[in-house]
Design a binder for this molecule. Structure first.
Ligand code: OGA
Ligand code: NI
Length: 331
């Protein structure tokens, strides 16, 4: 159509419909069929009936907003430490340096798996006690976040059961002490600001795929998240993923992609700001520190050899697999 008005252009923004997985469905095999299709199609899906109360989620968002509303000086008192726990100011991360002119237009706060300094995992690279804002300044903040963290982890573990079935594995394949017993799981509070302009390299969050096993995302409902189902098709096609009330958005990460030999994809995504403030809380699940990520036994055959090198989180060591055909390593 010729002579489109600005409004017409806005109305043709593509919105993607995602599969919805009901975590209350006792027929796990049925859920696994749906989940498998979603993982093959876009690597993104919704989960509903997850058991996290709206009240707890709202409280986490309220507390998150209170933190970001503090004066910068107060926020800088909990500046991220060497283990990346704590506050990360605006523009701290640059996920897509080829296309981004400046770091992400977001600030964040990271809360990780609580492994005390003197505990059995204390000296491992991604374990550390968390750091918290002063409880006189934000009463109840830590308690809310700790509760929400435990709930998000519980939901991820129940998705992992369906994921195992979708990969034709035993339902509790991932839910063992070695795999998800002491997971490296980070919950990050985000506050996005400003209007993105891809033509100027300005993004709320640059294009990336998530590193871990899977991510469980809650947003405040402000549009912004986009996915690109096939990063190799030029020009890249971006589709918005709307938030669905009561649902979480889940996506697969690079570790899972490697684990299943590239069968399920870790999909490229980004966030565009529309000028409104936007808050989100992703929860990034990675397996336990000592878990060795090597091609799952039933994702390889004579005609489908392991494509990735074995990844050992423990020491960040890459061990060469007997049949490496492609190196694909995130650091
Ligand atoms: C991320 C991410 C999306 C969002 O932090 O990896 O993709 O909506 N976030 O905050
Ligand atoms: Ni992401």
């Amino acid at each position: 159509m010729e002579n489109k008005t600005e409004e017409d252009k806005v109305s043709i923004i593509k919105v993607s419909a995602l599969t919805c997985i009901d975590l209350d469905n006792s027929n796990l095999h049925q859920s696994a069929v749906l989940l498998k299709q979603a993982c093959l199609d876009s690597g993104f899906f919704y989960v509903i009936n997850h058991g996290i109360s709206e009240e707890l989620k709202d409280e986490a968002f309220e507390q998150s907003k209170k933190f970001f509303a503090l004066p910068l000086e107060e926020k800088m008192k909990v500046l991220r430490n060497e283990k990346y726990r704590g506050y990360a100011p605006f523009h701290d991360s640059l996920l897509d340096p080829k296309n981004q002119f400046r770091g992400d237009y977001k600030e964040g706060f990271t809360i990780g798996f609580e492994g005390g300094k003197d505990g059995p995992h204390g000296d491992k690279p991604f374990h550390s006690p968390n750091i918290w804002p002063n409880s006189d300044v934000l009463p109840g903040w830590r308690e809310t976040m700790e509760k929400y963290y435990q709930e998000a982890l519980r939901v991820c573990k129940s998705i992992a059961r369906i994921m195992a079935l979708a990969l034709d594995l035993d339902v509790d394949y991932f839910n063992t002490p070695e795999m998800l017993g002491n997971p490296i799981a980070d919950m990050v509070l985000f506050h996005y600001e400003g209007k993105s302009d891809p033509s100027k390299g300005i993004y709320a969050c640059g294009a990336h795929s998530d590193f871990g096993m899977m991510s469980l995302l809650a947003t405040d409902g402000v549009m912004g998240l986009q996915i690109c189902k096939d990063k190799d098709v030029m020009p890249q096609k971006w589709e918005y993923i709307p938030s669905l009330k009561g649902a979480y958005i889940v996506n697969l990460g690079d570790l899972l992609e490697r684990w299943n030999n590239g069968y399920f994809k870790s999909t490229l995504h980004r966030v565009l700001g529309n000028g409104q403030d936007r808050y989100s809380i992703p929860f990034f699940l990675k397996p336990s520190h000592d878990c060795i990520i090597e091609c799952l036994p039933n994702c390889q055959s004579e005609n489908n050899l392991p494509k990735y090198i074995i990844y050992i989180q423990r020491s960040n060591v890459q061990r060469t697999s007997p049949h490496v055909t492609k190196q694909h390593m995130h650091t």
